[in-house]
Design a protein around this ligand. Structure first.
Ligand code: SF4
Length: 266
């Protein structure tokens, strides 16, 4: 069995503890307005033309988003980076796109990682069958779990899907004993006003268990906007502006009342 992967990045420091290899898996059912990985959304191989400049000269080259890897091929990549991961308390993170959509491959590769002693993390939107989460809980050391909005209608407008399944899966993980870093994208005019933040805090406090170890605030950024022209997914980032440092700091301070460590960035 092979998994469809659009990027494997080494030396990542924002996708879990220590130095990590992050494996970006293709396919996602959401269409978040702020998504900076348009190449990861469609669950198929895509060809595109990449333009780069050196001085005044422009070069075009044909590239492919999406290569099939086996679990053994992923382990071979990890083995080359083992010294960095071991010395830093790092490991491997499966991200995307949405890694949970390739659940059979994900189970295979996670089993192989655990057999080799690697720390495993899953970066997920939470929008996947609950049975899939149940199947990987024993193989996953840390879930990086996104909550984008508690209001169903707003969630639907900004991501294209409802939030019921996501909140159900979040509560399942909270009860499972798995470690969770709750990731909160901060998008101006969508989920950054103090009344909403207060509501979110109440939700976090009412549901928290020992599993919840960290809250990551992820300020919107425009990196990735230029990639949209290469793919068929429409760019919905236009009109969004990054929150100011002060806004993020205000939210970070408000979040401290949850009693959970709060970090800006991944
Ligand atoms: S869940 Fe992540 S990968 Fe999927 S559309 Fe949203 S930001 Fe992009």
């Amino acid at each position: 069995m092979k998994g469809l992967i659009f990027s494997v990045k080494r030396y990542c420091v924002h996708d879990g503890p220590g130095i990590r290899v992050t494996v970006f898996m293709k396919g996602c059912q959401l269409r978040c307005m702020w998504c900076h990985n348009p190449e990861g959304i469609l669950p198929l191989q895509e060809s595109f033309v990449n333009t780069c400049s050196i001085g005044d000269n422009k070069f075009c080259k044909s590239e492919q988003a999406g290569i099939f890897y086996s679990a053994d091929e992923i382990i071979a990549i990890l083995d080359r980076e083992r010294v960095f991961m071991d010395n830093s308390g790092g490991g491997v993170t499966f991200s995307g796109g949405e890694p949970m959509l390739q659940i059979d491959f994900l189970c295979d590769v996670l089993k192989a990682c655990k057999k080799e002693g690697y720390h495993t993390a899953i970066d997920t939107s939470g929008y996947a069958p609950t049975s899939s989460f149940k199947s990987i809980i024993p193989l996953t050391d840390l879930f990086l779990f996104d909550i984008k909005h508690l209001d169903n209608e707003k969630h639907m407008q900004a991501t294209g899907v409802t939030n019921g399944l996501i909140l159900e899966n979040y509560k399942l993980l909270l009860q499972s004993g798995a470690e969770i870093a709750l990731r909160l994208p901060v998008i101006q005019g969508f989920n950054d006003d103090p009344d909403y933040v207060e509501r979110l805090i109440q939700f976090i406090v009412a549901t928290k268990t020992e599993s919840l170890k960290l809250i990551n605030l992820l300020p919107f950024h425009t990196t990735g906007s230029s990639k949209y022209g290469r793919f068929t997914i429409p760019n919905r980032m236009e009109g969004l502006t990054p929150p100011s440092k002060q806004q993020i700091e205000n939210i970070r301070k408000m979040m401290l009342v949850t009693g959970i460590k709060v970090k800006t960035g991944g």
